[in-house]
Design a protein around this ligand. Structure first.
Ligand SMILES: [Zn+2]
Length: 216
């Protein structure tokens, strides 16, 4: 029923609009919001891996997030990690770089603004294309479902990525973090103010340009 409605929506648009991003809820995926990337050479994403992720039906992205992948501004480690997660789940990423705001109405810069909890003043991984905000897992919002088995499993899959490639800035809702029980050495951020700020999504980021801080 839902799929039918999405296909109908897609078929009503122009040919370029046929991309319902089934991993995102209706109305969120890029194919419904905008006509998609231009055809021809301009449509080439920055890397083969980014293109493969965009073409993966288990990966969904908002128009701004898809645009970042197409422009090649998303860190290769992050593209690879998201690929691992889609082996078991459908994910929808709301933001990488473009459109990310720590504070309403304040465009992001290289540093996290002071008003954003105790993290204020630290380098902003979104600004550098090294972070993704996942708002939906298997079609369900993270918000209100932090201990849903699929959402928890996403955390286990993250923890299973080898430490040199695993994100080292993993932040999610308080109950999600508590149920998983992973610590800082595995990449989890457990500062209470940060958990409070991530009640509605899972942030997957890399703190540095290369390598990770994970030790186990
Ligand atoms: Zn984030």
């Amino acid at each position: 029923m839902l799929l039918g409605a999405m296909l109908l929506l897609a078929s009503c648009g122009s040919r370029a609009a046929v991309d319902p991003s089934p991993a995102c809820p209706p109305g969120v995926g890029r194919g419904i919001w905008e006509p998609g990337p231009p055809k021809g050479d301009d449509a080439k994403p920055g890397t083969t891996e980014a293109r493969e992720l965009l073409e993966n039906p288990d990966f969904g992205a908002t128009p701004q997030a898809a645009g970042d992948l197409e422009r090649g501004v998303v860190d290769g480690r992050l593209v690879a990690a998201l690929g691992v997660l889609t082996e078991e789940h459908r994910l929808c990423v709301q933001t990488f770089k473009k459109g990310h705001y720590f504070l309403p109405g304040v465009p992001d810069g290289p540093r996290i603004p002071k008003g954003y909890g105790k993290a204020g003043g630290l380098p902003n991984p979104h600004y550098f294309g090294r972070a993704a905000d996942v708002w939906w897992v298997n079609g369900e919002p993270v918000e209100g479902n932090p201990t849903n088995p699929d959402v928890l499993r996403l955390g286990e899959l993250l923890a299973g990525i080898p430490l040199k490639r695993r994100p080292d800035q993993i932040i999610g809702p308080p109950r999600w973090a508590r149920a998983l029980g992973y610590g800082r050495r595995r990449g989890w951020v457990l500062a209470p103010d940060q958990l409070e700020l991530h009640r509605d999504h899972i942030h997957i980021g890399y703190m540095d340009e290369q390598g990770t801080h994970n030790t186990r």
